[in-house]
Design a protein around this ligand. Structure first.
Ligand code: GAL
Length: 649
């Protein structure tokens, strides 16, 4: 069922408000509440003294009204008595000092004392709620990040992780090329995390990539530990954790491999960019979340009001956004959307992060729109379980995400940008697009975009070759084949392992940062590229475009190589949106994909299929109305309106 829920913090409100809140939720059509996140100080007010009575009471109120509960383990916020008793459980900063108290998530998830207490509260809660049918699922902690912690426990675990991977210290020295700057270790005790205030780009990139990987694995250990405890002591309930696109993202593919579903915190911007070039749509994030487990996902926190708190307050969601952005998530594969939060807090650090209800508790414009959303979600139930079949896939890799962060390539170069532009180019043609891990099989796709295949991934090049040989279209881009699996550069003309399939090689590259250079296509059409220019020579590929400026004017920029029964494109520069739009049109036409050519700017479409029924979810992601023709019908959309158009096929 497509469900709408809310995040609710009973411990923030006087108990006299709870029943009225639950009544209003029920009347509005809320089906689910998320509770207990951050509430450790109320669940265990003293060491070993537990109090679940208040939470039981809140859960009962919801259960009586047919609202199910997802509970969170509160381990993101240890109580003050625990910090006082064990000050060493805090996270240690890169200058070696412990993080200050007063904010959240400042505990170290490796610290054995912390783990003892985290295990105890998790297991005690799990046992307490094992027989309560109103509790239908668990969220582990909150927004677990692959933080860098510099405490002694993390350092020992990091060394053990390296020992397991490399065996002998000589192997580690070799893998990292530690001879540079006399960095060779003669004992494991010399291995330290990257301390200090200098940017990480000063560090050895091979060492840094392993450190990122370790931090990710480390937080995943913590989440798996809790998942195992929840499953053992509260069996039969699905377990997840909520993620977002943060600075230190764990590897979601590994993180969710053993969790039941992925949940994402979705806060689209409320201010639309003026220029039409910007990739601001959260459709990219949503497709990426669907791709993590290649299954429906949840939104665990959904935009409900103006953002604020640690930054000045922003404009509230424009009329239509509350409903539109939740429905956009449904269209892209969410089956549950939980709004953050029911009511804006009157207390604490987040009092300026607005919920559905304002501080006054008087339902206003946003709340009424939310009520409408709840009604509409019921009407969409028939599409629950329908499939989003995609002919186009974009490959993503966390190694690349980390490696590009570690070594900025040139000014303005950002790993996700080319992925987002390719995504936008194909979705603008009305196509469903999957964003999947580069380890996935490619069967069933017609076009696979493999942008910036920078760090070597096991078997990816072979899978792409097979895919092309069997008739698929591959799009590779600049910065591919550059690094081995250790994040050292390879001694080969780029694109290295992709050279044969692309039929080109890079004779020189020019990182041009914010400068721009025109490229000219065979038909005379000129477009500007920026940031990066691979100066190419074709081996077997056909030339599609050449540079038309700078010292490399006339050199090859974009190519297409016939490979087996398929083709492999190589885009040797970073383009603006129009370049990717052009490539998407060219490749979809060749692959004879069923594109829609005249979707207006900022109108998005997802097609969902079940048996012999199909629906187009058409969404106007703009503050201006739109009118256009689709499948021979005139469609008019209000700002941020989602329309579901059913078709038989
Ligand atoms: C999320 C977090 C929530 C809340 C929200 C808005 O990142 O999980 O607890 O802080 O942001 O501030």
């Amino acid at each position: 069922m497509m469900k709408i829920g809310v995040d609710y913090y009973p411990e923030h409100w006087d108990i006299s408000l709870w029943a009225a809140d639950a009544d209003l939720m029920q009347q509005t059509g809320v089906k689910l509440v998320r509770l207990a996140e951050f509430a450790w100080c109320r669940l265990e007010p003293q060491d070993g003294v537990f109090d679940f009575a208040w939470l039981d009471e809140a859960i009962d109120l919801f259960a009586e009204r047919g609202i199910e509960v997802i509970l969170c383990t509160p381990t993101s916020c240890p109580p003050m008595w625990l910090y006082e008793k064990h000050p060493d459980i805090v996270h240690v900063e890169k200058d070696g000092t412990p993080t200050n108290l007063g904010i959240r998530s400042h505990r170290c998830v490796t610290n054995p004392t912390f783990l003892h207490y985290a295990d105890r509260i998790t297991i005690t809660m799990a046992r307490h709620y094992a027989d309560n049918p109103a509790v239908t699922g668990w969220q582990i902690d909150n927004e677990l990040e692959a933080y860098f912690c510099y405490c002694e426990h993390c350092i020992s675990k990091y060394r053990a992780w390296l020992q397991k991977k490399y065996g002998a210290i000589e192997n580690l020295n070799k893998a990292y090329g530690n001879v540079v700057w006399s960095g060779e270790y003669s004992a494991w005790s010399q291995v330290k995390p990257p301390y200090g205030s200098l940017p990480h780009a000063w560090q050895n990139p091979a060492y840094m990539l392993d450190f990122y990987r370790f931090c990710s694995d480390n937080v995943i250990d913590f989440s798996e530990r809790q998942a195992a405890q929840l499953r053992e002591h509260c069996p039969g309930r699905p377990v997840t954790t909520n993620v977002w696109f943060c600075e230190h993202m764990p590897d979601f593919y590994k993180q969710f491999a053993n969790l039941d579903f992925i949940s994402y915190d979705n806060y689209p911007a409320t201010r639309l960019p003026e220029d039409t070039e910007s990739c601001y749509s959260h459709a990219f994030h949503l497709d990426m979340m669907r791709g993590v487990k290649r299954r429906p996902f949840w939104i665990m926190e959904q935009l409900s009001g103006g953002k604020g708190c640690w930054a000045p307050m922003e404009k509230p969601p424009l009329p239509g956004m509350i409903k539109g952005y939740a429905l956009q998530a449904f269209a892209h594969g969410a089956d549950t959307v939980v709004h953050f939060r029911w009511r804006t807090s009157n207390i604490g650090a987040e009092m300026h992060w607005h919920g559905l209800l304002d501080h006054s508790n008087v339902p206003g414009r946003r709340f009424h729109e939310f009520a409408d959303l709840c009604k509409m979600a019921n009407q969409l139930e028939k599409w629950q379980g329908s499939e989003i079949r995609a002919d186009v896939a974009i490959l993503f890799s966390f190694d690349n995400e980390y490696a590009f962060k570690i070594q900025p390539q040139t000014e303005g170069y950002y790993y996700l940008e080319q992925l987002q532009r390719l995504h936008r180019a194909f979705t603008a043609l009305g196509l469903n697009v999957d964003i999947i891990g580069q380890h996935e099989k490619l069967d069933g796709y017609k076009i696979v975009c493999a942008p910036e295949m920078y760090v070597h991934g096991d078997g990816v090049a072979e899978r792409l070759e097979d895919f092309a040989r069997q008739g698929g279209t591959v799009i590779l881009t600049t910065r591919s084949g550059v690094k081995d699996a250790h994040n050292n550069t390879v001694m080969a003309q780029l694109p290295g392992i992709y050279r044969e399939m692309t039929g080109v090689h890079v004779v020189e590259y020019a990182p041009i940062g914010w400068e721009s250079v025109p490229v000219i296509f065979e038909d005379g059409k000129e477009l500007n590229v920026k940031q990066w220019c691979d100066i190419l020579e074709a081996d077997t590929a056909q030339v599609l475009a050449r540079y038309n400026g700078d010292y490399f004017a006339g050199a090859v920029a974009i190519t297409c190589n016939a490979y087996g029964k398929g083709q492999v494109y190589y885009i040797g520069a970073v383009g603006t949106q129009s370049l990717y739009d052009r490539m998407a049109r060219m490749t979809t036409e060749e692959a004879a994909l069923p594109v829609v050519f005249d979707l207006p700017e900022r109108v998005e479409m997802v097609t969902r299929t079940r048996d012999d029924e199909q629906a187009r979810f058409v969404f106007n992601n703009d503050d201006k109305p739109k009118a256009f023709q689709l499948d021979g019908r005139e469609i008019r959309l209000a700002p941020f309106e989602m329309r579901v158009i059913e078709t038989n096929y």
